[in-house]
Write a protein that binds this ligand. Sequence first.
Ligand code: NAP
Length: 295
Amino acid sequence: MHILITGSNGLLGQKIVAQLLDANISFVATSKGKNRNPDCPEEFYQSLDITDKAQIESICDGQEFTAIINTAAMTNVDACEENEAECRKVNVAAVKNLYEVSEDLGLYFVQVSTDFVFDGENGPYKEEDERNPLSIYATSKRDAEDILINGNYPNWSILRTIIVYGEGNNLSRSNIVLWAKEALKQGNELTIVNDQFRAPTWADDLAWACIQSVKLKAEGIFHISGPETISIYDLVCRIADFYGFDKTVVKPISSNTLNQKAKRPPKTGFDLTKSAKILSYRPLTLEESLQYITN
Ligand SMILES: NC(=O)c1ccc[n+]([C@@H]2O[C@H](COP(=O)([O-])OP(=O)(O)OC[C@H]3O[C@@H](n4cnc5c(N)ncnc54)[C@H](OP(=O)(O)O)[C@@H]3O)[C@@H](O)[C@H]2O)c1
């Protein structure tokens, strides 16, 4: 096995790198610009902007990869709403590049997608449920899925996931658990939505599922999330309880008071039956994972 990882400076990319190093599986880690992950040895790193197909072809030249795992994306949902052209370039056109190179070279391709392809009216969702994206980010991820679903080359999986959390090095953006832990530590009042429900996903579990799908060459769509769907408000209260912070500072608010640019689905969450059966996916509970967050 020899794996090309994109977006290796991101949270998921870093977790995949760590697990491949542990398992002694060979890989090339890539991201736009320099390597910002000190745990990724420089000899395993190359810069790659996935919007440039020639760069992808050049990195694959002479490498004999067996698979590509695409974790790179424009992931800031509100920034996507403001810059649709850039969002579609990274989240759709670049996925077409990676899919076409996979097809040309006979590689297995893993694309990471999102619960936001659903409108959140009927969660928790199964893989085959009807999609109805509500934002530019969500539409871009749906359209990326369609490149694989409607293509002629079947050697791929789409792993959909939901708010991913964990620690990483020099991340370009934080995540809900790190952010809430830090804010609770400072004792600030926090206003948190109580009308959006999600199944938060431990980044290490998602990384494991990406690698497992490569090992099994599992084909099709898989739902990969944490085991429990809860409101964001309850999530932050559980984080406070776990780390022993005062949760009376956490105040519930409704989403419509936030004025967020991109519309969010009210209730997602996933049915994990298929990924449990085919990938043997067994996610940690929230509290089991929180014990590993040290900072
Ligand atoms: N995080 C979540 O809550 C969540 C929820 C559902 C689905 N997902 C999906 O899960 C995947 C991984 O998410 P994540 O949390 O690991 O995201 P992340 O931390 O934002 O990482 C994405 C990485 O992609 C890199 N990137 C952006 N444009 C690129 C380009 N043109 N070429 C190469 N690399 C590029 C970014 O580089 P910079 O660091 O330099 O910006 C970043 O390191 C994404 O497909 C995302 O849509 C995430």
